[in-house]
Design a protein around this ligand. Structure first.
Ligand SMILES: CC(C)(COP(=O)(O)OP(=O)(O)OC[C@H]1O[C@@H](n2cnc3c(N)ncnc32)[C@H](O)[C@@H]1OP(=O)(O)O)[C@@H](O)C(=O)NCCC(=O)NCCS
Length: 200
């Protein structure tokens, strides 16, 4: 792992584009179902992401990782709203994107923090950056009084699932999407939850 790695809540405006590119490197294929044009998708992400709902891993000014999250007050990607989509994609493109993105929408239970995507730069993977981001998120969730951290991992992503389980996330349910596999590219996803110990 990089010696000068720092984890910060949020990021400065000048790193917005780098963070969007990193997020798109991991979640672009999924978002492409809704927004196929990669240049427009990146611009939408750049405009929509909310730093307040993220932790980033920095080596100097280089972004090595980002972990987005969702709470009852907002989410990393909640800025991807119909109006922004209409401005960038036109009426039909926005309609298509809104309908497809609704399939990915997940509701929150009270005092639950939901992961809204974690991505580590391909060259830095396997070096502990993802672990550090998740550990920081756990500390944050505990400080803020959340009871659980929830995330979903698709059935083809064994590596990420191993990491979550190593960090104490427990599988709670698996959802099957057999009839949507042609659209989503995966046929099942497992929900994992991390239970936060209340402070003594
Ligand atoms: C999953 C991910 C965030 C982990 O970050 P990381 O910095 O590589 O993780 P760490 O170095 O802290 O931990 C390594 C663990 O991550 C897992 N992992 C997942 N994908 C990996 C990859 N491409 N390279 C290395 N490790 C990977 C492995 O299980 C590894 O644990 P192991 O050594 O016990 O096998 C990162 O690999 C990534 O961005 N992957 C692509 C996007 C993604 O899948 N996001 C999660 C969606 S639910």
């Amino acid at each position: 792992m990089s010696n000068d790695l720092t984890i910060t809540r949020g990021f400065p405006a000048e790193l917005r584009s780098d963070v969007a590119v990193l997020y798109d490197a991991a979640f672009g294929p999924k978002l492409a179902i809704a927004i196929p044009d990669s240049a427009r998708r990146l611009k939408i992400l750049e405009a929509a992401i909310d730093p307040a709902y993220s932790f980033v891993a920095l080596s100097g000014q280089k972004v090595l990782g980002v972990a987005g999250f969702k709470t009852p007050s907002g989410a990393f990607t909640s800025g991807i709203r119909p109006q922004l989509l209409r401005e960038r994609l036109g009426l039909l493109g926005a309609l298509r994107a809104t309908l497809i993105l609704a399939l990915f929408e997940r509701e929150l239970s009270p005092r639950e923090l939901l992961m809204d995507g974690i991505s580590v730069s391909p060259g830095a993977r396997g070096g502990g950056v993802g672990t550090k981001l998740l550990e920081e998120l756990k500390l944050f969730a505990a400080r803020e009084g959340f009871r659980t951290i929830r995330l979903d991992v698709i059935n083809t992503n064994d590596g990420a699932r191993r990491l979550y389980e190593r960090l104490g996330f427990i599988p709670t349910k698996t959802s099957h999407f057999r009839y949507l596999q042609w659209l989503l590219g995966f046929s099942a996803a497992t929900t994992l939850e991390y239970g936060i110990q209340p402070a003594a």
